[in-house]
Write a protein that binds this ligand. Structure first.
Ligand SMILES: [Fe+2]
Length: 288
């Protein structure tokens, strides 16, 4: 592995991994002095049985929550972010708990930016345009691909221009990511495959990026090794907790790698095409 001696920055959130890691959401909300959190999620996820332990944890921590689930996908629309920021401010929230896939996590980041900085979310498109730090952000990802829960990236759709816009800032690194196998078991099978390909692409693009460093290379290579262990994806293995956890770790390693090293041509093309045609980051035909 080549050592890069040019200057490199490397940021990661606090990360807890393992079965039932989600139960720490309440404790972290309390640690962050978030008396009321905006619970960004989607309706189907909010109805999952495993959500009960999260809500119970918030209750035990004395933290109120306000649900915001008006979030579209691939990626969240700019107006979803603005609606969420309105709820955040009007309900006087003091933190965000994001539980969902990449769109939910990106929307939560957008809400945090607008709540702390005002204006519209499109004002912050680009690199290092976010002046004030976001409110505390706790993430529980329910898919293993976007890795928004460990990255300094957010992708927001400019609805008028039909374009995926990218916001990059250290402020967007969540405070804590709770990587739990249990919510991941509810990830739909086609999403499992598309997300897995997305994660593998993150790792490869980060490894060959000009912005790579020794630290990001270690993460990228570990991610590729893990992905190789469960490729080619079999939808039959989607119910195996060990495979799911492995895919979650592969996604996390790839996310840390690309968050710090940057991405490449495949994502540049997928953002342009996906923005125009409203498509997910990566998509493969899935046979069930
Ligand atoms: Fe991606």
């Amino acid at each position: 592995m080549e050592m890069v001696r040019e200057h490199r920055k490397y940021v990661v959130p606090e990360i807890i991994t393992g079965d039932d890691a989600r139960i720490y959401a309440g404790r972290y909300a309390s640690n962050f002095h978030s008396n009321t959190v905006l619970l960004a999620t989607d309706e189907s996820i909010f109805r999952q049985k495993w959500m009960r332990e999260i809500l119970q944890g918030l209750d035990e921590a004395g933290t109120e929550y306000v649900v915001f689930s008006d979030i579209e996908e691939n990626p969240p629309r700019d107006y979803n972010v603005m609606a969420g920021a309105d709820v955040y401010l009007s309900e006087e929230c003091t933190g965000i708990l994001a539980i969902g896939g990449g769109s939910v996590l990106d929307c939560a980041k957008g809400i945090g930016i607008v709540a702390a900085n005002g204006g519209t979310i499109l004002d912050y498109v680009g690199v290092d345009q976010v002046r004030n730090p976001m409110p505390p952000l706790i993430c529980v990802p329910t898919t293993a691909g976007s890795a928004a829960d460990v990255s300094q990236y957010a992708v927001i759709r400019n609805a008028d221009k039909k374009a995926k816009n990218i916001i990059i800032s250290k402020s967007l690194v969540p405070d804590v990511s709770l990587l739990d196998t249990v919510p991941l078991m509810t990830q739909p099978k086609d999403v499992t495959v598309n997300s897995g390909i997305d994660a593998l692409t993150h790792a490869i693009e980060a490894y060959v990026s000009n912005g790579a460093s020794h630290l990001s290379d270690m993460m990228a290579l570990e991610s590729i090794t893990l992905s190789a262990g469960f490729f080619p994806f079999s939808v039959d293995r989607a119910d195996d907790p060990d495979s799911r956890f492995q895919s979650l770790m592969a996604s996390m390693y790839a996310g840390i790698a690309f968050s710090n090293a940057g991405l490449g041509l495949i994502h540049a093309m997928s953002h342009a095409i996906g923005g125009l045609y409203d498509l997910p980051p990566m998509e493969l035909p899935v046979q069930s």
